[in-house]
Design a protein around this ligand. Structure first.
Ligand SMILES: Cc1cc2nc3c(=O)[nH]c(=O)nc-3n(C[C@H](O)[C@H](O)[C@H](O)COP(=O)(O)OP(=O)(O)OC[C@H]3O[C@@H](n4cnc5c(N)ncnc54)[C@H](O)[C@@H]3O)c2cc1C
Length: 350
């Protein structure tokens, strides 16, 4: 049987927080493993590969897919062990105080410290509960927008009115011919300026208190050609002829990991790990970073993931080696980059 190695730090979750923690853990010269449920790294950013991200310091507007590429490249700088397609189902601790991470593959991963960076948990979009809807997922029924080009000059119906639906409507606005937003509530709930733009744009029609009740296919039965809408207030039924359907009804999230782990992890609102600003949880040796972490100053944005990652790693380092520096050296003073910098300067001069 394969004898599993012992790691200094094991990061659970390969989103922005997990990737930055993995990078920083290498920088602090700890033996690091990164475990991700999906067959790819990047986390929730995969929901919006073509959306422009404006609010990361030092990055001019960058599409999600490009950010993922750069996060992954940085995350793998120090050659951590990466395990994909592995869901950590529970965490226990053995008599030697070593964490045991029980994976869905049957593997047990051993680690001196753990950084929980599971974000919104394992995400699956909430599907449209209309019989037969799934067959259109390969054609024009979408749960995320993977390519903006596809929507150029199209008539699009977006179902949903929360942040994500509003974001997508804004992204599609310059390209689409017409956008219908159908929402079961009576007001959109996104960023105020975006909501105002959508409500006042002649290309957008918001249909409140309505929801899609039927998908009507074309003659070949492979595309949704029309959607039937029902108004919850009056019961009135109407139809829209459309080219593309985008469903934004939120996500079902699998949050079983922390529930299954009998380690007295203190939580906030039954979901977030209650932490200190340095990423410490109520369990010594277990740290948290990114969207799953909660404390008074927590910033639930990608920018917040980076500070969390560095803090969690520094706390892990102090836990393993109490006499180590509290913080890592800035990169200009870090010996680890000397050789790499020489290479980069050579390339710049070439
Ligand atoms: C539509 C949309 C637009 C957004 N736009 C912006 C924006 O413009 N700017 C911004 O700053 N933020 C934005 N955000 C928020 C941003 O994406 C999150 O703050 C960020 O992704 C959080 O990163 P994370 O690493 O904490 O978690 P996540 O990105 O959620 O990554 C967590 C990872 O952990 C994995 N995982 C979960 N449980 C397990 C388990 N048990 N075992 C193994 N792996 C597991 C998941 O599969 C996932 O890959 C947006 C979010 C959405 C939905």
């Amino acid at each position: 049987m394969l004898q599993e190695e012992l790691f200094d730090v094991t990061v659970i979750g390969g989103g922005p927080a997990g990737l930055y923690s993995t990078f920083y853990s290498g920088l602090r010269e700890m033996k690091t493993k990164l475990i991700e449920f999906q067959p790819f790294l990047g986390g929730k950013v995969h929901v919006y590969p073509e959306k422009m991200i404006w609010d990361i310091g030092g990055l001019t507007p960058t599409p999600g897919a490009q950010l993922i590429e750069q996060l992954v490249k940085q995350g793998l700088t120090f050659d951590p062990e990466v395990v994909l397609n592995e869901k950590i189902e529970s965490i226990t601790r053995n008599e030697d105080n070593i964490f045991e991470l029980h994976g869905s593959s049957g593997r047990i991963h051993y680690s001196k410290t753990v950084i929980v960076a599971v974000g919104g948990g394992i995400l699956n979009p909430t599907k449209l509960s209309i019989e037969g809807a799934e067959k259109f997922e390969v054609t024009n029924l979408h749960y995320t927008v993977k390519s903006l080009k596809r929507f150029k000059d199209k008539t699009v119906v977006i179902s949903g009115g929360g942040n994500s639906a509003v974001d997508w409507a804004m992204e599609l606005l310059p390209f689409a011919k017409q956008i219908y937003i159908t929402y079961r509530k009576d007001a959109l709930s996104g960023h105020e300026a975006n909501v105002t733009t959508l409500l006042n744009n002649p290309k957008v029609e918001c249909l409140f208190n309505t929801e899609i009740t039927k998908l009507l296919a074309n003659s070949g039965d492979e595309l949704v050609e029309r959607v039937e809408l029902t108004c919850s207030k009056t019961g009135a039924v109407s139809q829209l002829t459309i080219d593309e359907v985008v469903i934004n009804h939120g996500y079902d999230r699998d949050s079983s990991l922390l529930e299954n782990s009998k380690l007295n992890i203190e939580m906030v609102d039954d979901w977030y790990v209650k932490g200190t600003p340095s990423g410490e949880s109520s369990v010594p040796g277990m740290f948290a970073a990114g969207d799953i972490l909660m404390h008074d100053g927590k910033l639930h944005l990608i920018a917040g993931c980076f500070q969390d990652g560095a803090n969690a790693v520094n706390s892990a380092k102090s836990y393993i080696q109490p006499d180590a520096n509290k913080y890592g050296m800035v990169s200009s003073h870090n010996e680890l980059f000397k050789e790499r910098n020489r290479e980069l300067v050579k390339q710049l001069m070439a």
